[in-house]
Ligand binder design. Structure first.
Ligand SMILES: *Cc1c(COP(=O)(O)O)cnc(C)c1O
Length: 518
């Protein structure tokens, strides 16, 4: 059920403790060390003028401070977190046993290959499993997230056309339901982005797509099931259309958990696909990381003795004569995207998730995710405050996008107000205002993790909020009341500088320039 976050004013760690208070004791400084450091010629301009402002607190103060902060927070380990598209599934704890084991923690990414055959074997096996799951031929585990996998993929598309001498291929087609990273990745790789609309049945509008496709089409990026949770029924036709102008199909794998074990991008005509290990395979994520976005390709021939896998901007672990070896990309492949093979910790987490699940477990995860979504929609079918745009009468896969449009029309209460009111009831809010084609969008994804009771309680909370909106909309527009932080400035909160160093907050508070957070 819901989890009420603790609600209090927590001081900054700099505002706690007292001068000289310590949580540790260090051995005395060895004779000669001070003189030795003093003799180093450190340039004057880089030397500190004052002592750094460090917290002076005892161990128990530190522990209590961070435990209290954690209780003001909300995560998958405290209650339902149905953030659509993000796939916030429960993260099994068993992988921690291996991640914390010194045979893993003591490895260095630049160690000689001979000495890290064990982890290379794991990475090799993971590549093999992902090939099997996606229906592709070659995988690199290299990219650090789905978005970087997309960039790797579109750079490979560019290299494909360069090698083939295809002139004027400078357009990537993206449906209007796409995640923002798709057009961003295409643009970063130097392509023009051509948007195609979604038809009322939830599939890509085929007429619009046909008129968008031309000799300039370098490729198409699409996720299936879409961000509406709907399976793209015309995918084979779409693949033929794109291939007919020698374009490549890129699969955004963020929604793989809606079909895993049942359908594979490789069988749908896709040439390149990424996988979000931190979504589909249960590695913890949030707040921007950490992630892993392996990219898999069909090993089609490109010409000049090259294959598509030769154009991947990431290393592949290969097995030769019983030994594992890392094969780094070489021109004409775009260069590597990071300094090391992969975010190995995240890969290892996903590896253990797949190992624990087995093929049958992965299929069951998909089944549960789909069942949970459709059961939730069944519970919501009578509630007129929320509509279900696109694909009327169609089953959803792993997620569904409701619109609070009718509620707003009737009461003035918006999707954002609904999200805040859910926090008051001890639930995490869904993804709001995405995909952009659904007004007042509430994008809900329970994953395989959620219990029947939690789904029923969540649906009940949404219905209750609609009731309250009809009775007292003003109160809802002021919510939340039960959280430590209420409404923040959305624009400022999105700004990179919203991550203000603690010492700066401390100074601003002391000068009376900012008050408490609420
Ligand atoms: C999360 C997501 C991405 C981006 O993946 P990251 O791993 O967050 O970089 C792309 N597309 C969709 C549909 C997503 O949900």
């Amino acid at each position: 059920m819901g989890y009420r976050q603790a609600r209090w004013e927590e001081p900054l760690i700099l505002e706690m403790g007292g001068s000289g208070r310590r949580g540790y004791t260090l051995p005395p400084i060895e004779p000669g060390v001070v003189e030795e450091v003093g003799s180093l010629s450190i340039p004057e301009e880089v030397k500190r003028k004052e002592h750094p402002r460090l917290p002076e607190v005892s161990e128990v103060e530190v522990v209590r401070h961070y435990v209290r902060l954690s209780q003001m927070n909300y995560g998958v380990d405290s209650g339902p977190l149905p953030l659509g598209s993000c796939t916030m599934k429960y993260n099994p704890k068993l992988p921690l046993r291996y991640l914390n084991d010194s045979s893993f923690t003591m490895l260095h990414p630049y160690q000689d290959e001979e000495t890290v055959q064990g982890i290379l074997e794991i990475l090799y096996e993971m590549q093999e499993w992902l090939k099997h799951i996606t229906g592709m031929d070659v995988c690199t585990l290299h990219p650090s997230a789905g978005a970087q996998g997309e960039l790797a993929g579109v750079l490979a598309i560019r290299a494909y056309h360069d090698v083939k001498g295809n002139e004027g291929k400078d357009e990537i087609i993206v449906p209007d339901s796409a995640h923002g990273t798709n057009p961003a990745s295409a643009a970063m790789a130097g392509f023009k982005v051509i948007e195609v609309p979604t038809a009322p049945d939830g599939n890509v509008d085929m007429d619009a797509l046909k008129s968008a496709v031309s000799e300039s089409t370098a490729g198409l990026m699409i996720t299936n099931p879409s961000t509406l949770g709907l399976f793209e029924e015309k995918i084979l036709e779409i693949a033929d259309l794109i291939h007919s102008v020698d374009g490549l199909l890129y699969y955004d794998g963020a929604n793989l958990n809606g079909i895993m074990g049942y359908a594979r991008p490789g069988d749908m005509g896709f040439d390149i696909a990424h996988v979000n290990v931190h979504k589909t395979f249960g590695a913890p994520h949030g707040g921007g990381g950490p992630g892993a976005g392996p990219v898999c390709v069909k090993d089609r021939e490109v010409g000049g003795g090259l294959r598509l896998s030769d154009l991947l901007p990431g290393p592949v672990v290969v097995k030769e004569g019983g030994k594992y070896r890392v094969k780094w990309p070489e021109p004409p492949a775009p260069g590597a995207l990071r300094g090391t093979i992969a975010n190995t910790g995240v890969i290892l987490w996903g590896y253990v998730y797949i190992l624990l699940s087995g093929p049958q477990g992965l299929r069951e995860a998909t089944e549960m995710a789909v069942l949970n979504t459709n059961y939730f929609l069944h519970l919501m079918r009578e509630e007129k405050a929320y509509s279900l745009p696109y694909g009327e009468g169609r089953w959803r896969k792993h997620e569904a996008v409701l619109s609070a449009g009718p509620l707003k029309e009737e009461t003035g209460v918006t999707a954002k107000d609904v999200a805040k009111a859910l926090l008051d009831r001890g639930f995490y809010a869904p993804t709001v205002y995405f995909p952009l084609i659904v007004p007042e969008a509430l994008m809900i994804e329970f994953t395989e993790s959620e219990t029947l009771e939690n789904i029923e309680a969540y649906a009940a909370a949404l219905r209750e909020i609609a009731e309250e909106a009809r009775r007292d909309p003003q109160r809802l527009q002021r919510s939340p009341f039960n959280t430590s932080v209420a409404r923040v400035d959305d624009v400022k909160a999105n700004h990179p500088r919203s991550v203000t160093p603690t010492w700066r907050v401390y100074r601003l508070r002391r000068e009376g320039r900012i008050g408490p957070l609420r």
